[in-house]
Design a protein around this ligand. Structure first.
Ligand code: MSP
Length: 648
């Protein structure tokens, strides 16, 4: 039977609507599933919800709701959030599904049959918030190690002989270096197991909610024990055909549920019934908000769709693209080894630097120059070795990252290729090649086009909608297969390219900065200096810093330049600035050939009232020094600077 590549994700509790931390586990699963699909695998991607806990029942009761109705509603919300955030799942399993109940009871009975379950008296402290038992010595100031309230439980329960699986688990971890990633988490698991595993109570007194223990109406299966079974229930176990989808290639979890549950209890359960173990469990760090784990129970949350909606209005992009921004942000900033912190400022800045600037410039410059210099058609020329190598390196780094499920490194590999492209354009300077009629021009343009096409393929796993927009501007279908990335056939010679359109327009962060209470710097006293003789002629009345600040000076990039009709002094320029195209008419023809200006950065007065020069609208003014002959020498930032950067 052909095997599926199964990708699993920890299933969230449905005691409340999801936040961006819950989404992270599913997002990591989604990026992984999309990546394996591109590699040509037949992927089976499971997601779902964990619905049987006491915590869920109590959450429903608190709202005076019937638990069935309550979980159905919250699960519905999870589902619609997964759809809206483009979590491309194949199966959504609920632990209240009959198939899950059947698998849970079957696994319980099988373990019992195999002698791994015994009846005993359980006494201990129970933390409902994490559905975990603790010993007296584990408590800190009468609370769980996480600071949650605990309650005393003493009842007759079934136990699982977890203690007898320690050596087998250690041997498996040692023999399979990729069984637990990242390695710092693996070390935590090893030391936890080496301290000695304790048998674990796997049933509870029936509170009228949960999966009944086979043959014991008075008991239900402990919620963690049943929840873990969802992975094989989703694959179809114990019914025929499950072997096609199991063992899973990778299971995604957050670091909080790795050591006790996914790296010890779960594999021990599988060993106990003789099923093969999943290949890898990958644990990601937490997303912190205000220095703390985002937590539904602590009420500190950022919800994914609300965030996307707000951002879509702020940036003037569709809700779908705003979801991409969130997907990019989370996967770029997340940490596998540690935690990451969410802030709104960081979110905006990351958007501007990665998507508006780096990706936006690379695409816009590539397409503008292709239109300017080769009529907007992919030229028939070789791709330069530099670009071939850069694409191959980016692919290799992506693959190497994904072997260890290092999602942020894979994201960096994709973004790195975009940044390479911007540097390549700067150093190969197609405008200079055009001016000198250098035959390398076509190759450089072909290389730029192939690189942006390859970046579209690599970024697709993170920003599927943004990637669609890139391929649409290149006038080719979306990349579907890994081998297309970097292949010259992925963007055939002769393809008629579309005009560049900003996909992620730049956000004006300065507006916010003006609102912040940072006082404007006091003007420095000017040191008296010997005045050049000519200064007398140019002394003008003094202005205050406030006057000066009224002039909004910005860095812009020339994307098109041509002589202004009917004038022997003026050039008509199209500038890229703050995500928009501005037309400026400048009296610089005496000193500049239009072709020299394309691709070059300039400084402009951004808030100048539009005016007509020789009947052509000019929406700003360029800064230039005046040379001895009264001609203009354009000012340019000393280093490449993001378009739209403020000048003062
Ligand atoms: N129901 C259990 C998992 C059972 S799997 C058999 C559970 N649910 S949860 O809702 O608390 O968490 C669901 C996922 O979200 C987990 O992978 C968890 O680690 C992750 N996160 C929840 N809050 C998080 C952050 N603030 N940051 C990152 N991920 C965290 O645990």
């Amino acid at each position: 039977m052909p095997k599926k590549t199964t990708v699993c994700t920890a299933i969230p509790y449905v005691n409340s609507v999801p936040h961006i931390g819950n989404i992270l586990t599913d997002l990591c699963g989604d990026v992984t599933a999309r990546y394996f699909r591109m590699r040509g695998d037949d992927v089976f991607f499971q997601v779902g919800t964990d619905e049987n806990g006491l915590k869920i029942k109590e959450a429903a009761e608190k709202e005076g709701r019937d638990p069935h109705e309550f979980v159905a509603e919250i699960t519905g919300r999870f589902k619609s959030i997964f759809v809206a955030t483009r979590i491309s799942y194949d199966d959504f399993i609920r632990t209240t599904d009959p198939r899950h109940i059947k698998a849970s009871q079957a696994l319980f009975s099988k373990l019992e049959e195999n002698g791994h379950v015994f009846l005993g008296v359980y006494e201990g402290w129970y933390d409902v918030s994490t559905e975990t038992f603790f010993r007296e010595e584990d408590l800190v100031d009468g609370k769980s190690p996480d600071g949650n309230e605990v309650r005393w439980v003493s009842e007759e329960n079934y136990f699982f002989r977890l203690s007898s699986f320690g050596d087998q688990l250690l041997a498996h971890i040692e023999a399979n270096p990729n069984f637990i990633v990242p390695s710092n988490r693996k070390n935590e698991v090893i030391s936890f197991i080496k301290q000695g595993l304790r048998d674990i109570s796997i049933t509870r007194k029936n509170p009228g909610w949960g999966i009944q223990v086979p043959g014991r109406e008075d008991l239900v299966i402990y919620v963690w024990f049943d929840a873990l079974i969802n992975y094989i229930a989703s694959a179809g176990w114990p019914d025929a055909g499950w072997e096609k989808k199991w063992p899973a290639k990778v299971q995604w979890v957050g670091k909080d549920i790795l050591v006790r549950f996914h790296a010890t209890l779960w594999p021990a359960m599988l060993l106990g019934i003789g099923l093969p173990l999943f290949e890898t469990v990958a644990a990601h760090g937490w997303v912190l908000l205000g220095g703390e784990k985002i937590s539904k129970s602590k009420g500190q949350v950022v919800r994914p769709l609300e965030l996307a909606e707000e951002f879509s209005a702020k940036a003037g992009i569709s809700q779908d693209l705003a979801v991409d921004v969130l997907r990019h942000y989370l996967t770029a900033t997340m940490s596998m080894e540690g935690d990451s912190s969410f802030t709104y400022e960081d979110f905006d800045q990351r958007y501007n630097s990665d998507l508006a600037n780096d990706l936006g410039n690379a695409l816009n410059r590539t397409l503008s120059m292709a239109h300017k210099f080769v009529g907007g058609v992919v030229p028939d020329a070789d791709v330069e070795a530099e670009a071939v190598v850069a694409i191959q390196r980016a692919k290799d780094s992506f693959v190497a990252a994904m072997v260890e499920y290092q999602i942020p490194k894979a994201n960096e590999a994709a973004m790195g290729l975009v940044r390479f492209l911007n540097k390549y354009i700067d150093t190969r300077a197609p405008w200079a090649l055009a001016k000198n009629s250098d035959p390398a021009l076509s190759s450089v343009l072909r290389s730029m086009l192939l690189t942006i096409r390859a970046a579209e393929g690599l970024m697709r796993t993170f920003i599927p909608i943004g990637a669609d927009a890139v391929s649409a501007q290149l006038n080719v279908s979306p990349t579907t297969h890994w081998d297309q990335i970097g292949s010259v056939d992925s963007l055939p010679v002769g393809t008629q390219l579309n005009q560049p359109q900003p996909i992620f327009p730049r956000l004006d962060l300065n507006k916010k900065m003006e609102n912040q209470e940072t006082p404007a710097p006091a003007p420095k006293p000017i040191e008296p200096k010997p005045q050049p003789v000519a200064a007398k002629e140019v002394v003008t009345s003094q202005i205050t810093i406030e006057d000066f600040m009224k002039v909004d000076l910005r860095v812009a990039r020339v994307i098109e330049a041509e002589p202004a009709e009917g004038s022997d002094k003026l050039l008509k320029l199209q500038l890229d600035v703050l995500g928009e195209k501005r037309q400026v008419v400048a009296g610089i023809k005496a000193n500049y050939d239009p072709i020299d200006l394309i691709g070059r950065q300039v400084v402009m007065v951004f808030n100048l009232k539009p005016a007509k020069l020789r009947g052509i609208e000019s929406q700003g003014m360029l800064l230039a020094a005046v040379d001895g002959a009264g001609g203009a020498i354009l000012l340019q930032p000393e280093k490449e600077t993001p378009e739209g950067a403020k000048v003062r």
